[in-house]
Design a protein around this ligand. Structure first.
Ligand code: ATP
Ligand code: MG
Length: 356
């Protein structure tokens, strides 16, 4: 398994796989753990949720699935919260408990964790980067490497990142969207748009309230988005619909509403506009030397890349063909696991050697 593709040669550094190394994508909504296992990965996923005491947000009562089950159903003195907001660690103690759980899930009882690689948003500050390193070490890892989620996604998607031609990753997550241009194994340009799937869900709730005077739950909005969602584009896509029961704001009684693909597309519109603005900025700055590579190798990852019509809309607007990853929610974790198994691959001198 190599980030340089299949062209094995003797010049390439040989790095033995650390048995208990892990790659972890600490996402706003989902934390994905990838453990290198031969040429494949063992993959695990937990919701990025912790349950805490209402009057002491550092007092952790439950993590992951258990905490998610408590969402909206907790007794008065307990709340379920997300340690990351918009892709960024908001509460270190909560994020650490999430990471500890992720490590426990990723390794066997009799193992200790050696190296972990954590994906963080590409525009993270030094403080945010240090916070991720610190929680990794406190969670028990002897070595912690943090890398940009965009770079990890490109590695996980098997893009030819070590080449000088340029590739681009569009990572549409829950909290944010990363637009990352890569060449020679490093990031050459990045824009982070602080909008993602969560904003679409909130907008669906608002649109239903405006249109029907009905309040629906945020999870019902998200499920409807996943079932019938699409993005406005030049192609005619089937207008699907789903029924949801909300609460009438007039009578307080349950009331049925229909959510169709057009309504979801309306809710997506301001998010897609912001993403297109970001892509236009990237294209304006892009060197002509990279444009052909980007034209040939742009991949969309992240759960929100599953929206129908996304690649058509991007092509309509910026004329770049986009491939939608077929494992959009695990590709970042896979990339971090590849680096966990082969960290030397990130060193500039090794990348240059790989070009020869
Ligand atoms: N079929 C689908 N259609 C539309 N959106 C989807 C679909 N499946 C998942 N999503 C959305 O994808 C998002 C989760 O994606 P992902 O797991 O990549 O996010 P994350 O990594 O936790 O967030 P971030 O990268 O912003 O920190 C959620 O907003 C979810 O609603
Ligand atoms: Mg993500």
């Amino acid at each position: 398994m190599s980030i340089f593709g299949d062209n094995d040669d003797n010049e390439k550094p040989q790095q033995s796989v650390v048995r208990n190394s892990l790659g972890i994508d600490l996402g706003t909504l989902n934390t994905v753990i990838a453990k290198p296992s031969g040429d494949k990965f063992d993959l695990y996923q937990i919701p990025s949720v912790v349950a805490v005491k209402k009057d002491d947000h550092s007092s952790i009562l439950a993590v992951g699935e258990e905490a998610k089950r408590m969402l909206g159903r907790t007794p008065e003195d307990i709340i379920a919260v997300r340690p990351l907001k918009k892709g960024v660690i908001e509460n270190i103690i909560q994020a650490q408990s999430l990471l500890i759980r992720a490590i426990q899930i990723g390794i066997n009882d009799d193992e200790t964790v050696g190296r972990i690689v954590i994906g963080i948003p590409g525009d993270s500050s030094e403080v945010e980067k240090n916070a991720a390193e610190e929680i990794g070490r406190k969670a028990g890892a002897s070595e912690v490497i943090v890398i940009s989620e965009g770079l990890a996604a490109a590695i996980g998607a098997g893009l030819p990142i070590a080449e000088p031609h340029g590739t681009m990753i569009i990572d549409l997550g829950a909290g944010s969207t990363d637009l990352v241009v890569i060449s020679l194994g490093g990031i050459t340009d990045i824009e982070t748009v602080r909008y993602g799937g969560d904003d679409i869900d909130n907008r669906i709730v608002d649109l239903i309230a405006e249109k029907y005077n009905v309040a629906i739950g945020i999870h019902d909005a998200e499920n409807a988005k996943m079932e019938v969602g699409m993005v406005h584009c030049s192609q005619t896509l089937e207008n699907l619909s789903v029924e949801v029961i909300g609460k009438s704001l007039e009578t307080n009684r349950p009331k049925k509403v229909v959510i169709d693909s057009m309504l979801v597309a309306d809710a997506v519109e301001f998010v897609i506009q912001n993403i297109l603005d970001g892509l236009n900025i990237i294209l304006e700055r892009m060197s002509p030397d990279l444009i052909m590579g980007v034209y040939k190798n742009t991949v969309a990852v992240g759960g929100s890349s599953r929206l129908r019509g996304l690649k058509e809309r991007i092509y309509d607007e910026i004329e770049i063909p986009v491939t939608i990853s077929d494992d959009p929610m695990t590709v970042v974790a896979k990339g971090t696991a590849i680096v966990a198994a082969e960290p030397l691959a990130l060193e500039p001198e090794v990348r240059l050697k790989a070009m020869k």
